[in-house]
Ligand binder design. Sequence first.
Ligand code: FES
Length: 102
Amino acid sequence: MTHYRKHVFFCINARAEDCESCARSGSVEAHAHAKKRLQEIRQHGPGMVRINKAGCLDRCTEGPVLVVYPEGTWYRYLDTSDIDEIIDEHILAGRPVARLMV
Ligand code: FES
């Protein structure tokens, strides 16, 4: 049995100003939004979902990126509405969101 039903990692890495990075594309805010939403519906914690920060996930030019385990599904998002769709569809309902996959 896994400790978390879903484990989600957001790259929040910030590189130098002349480099692309997830933090320069809103990943810090997206991570906070996802964690708050899951806490509000009491789905964040052991046996449920864990939203974690990560350093560079080495997909910088495709970012901002997150990855959902245990599936290992990678997503690129543009705003919090994309985050909400990933939470509602993939994380809670078990239906991966093909249009946001990388
Ligand atoms: S900065 Fe996010 S994957 Fe590298």
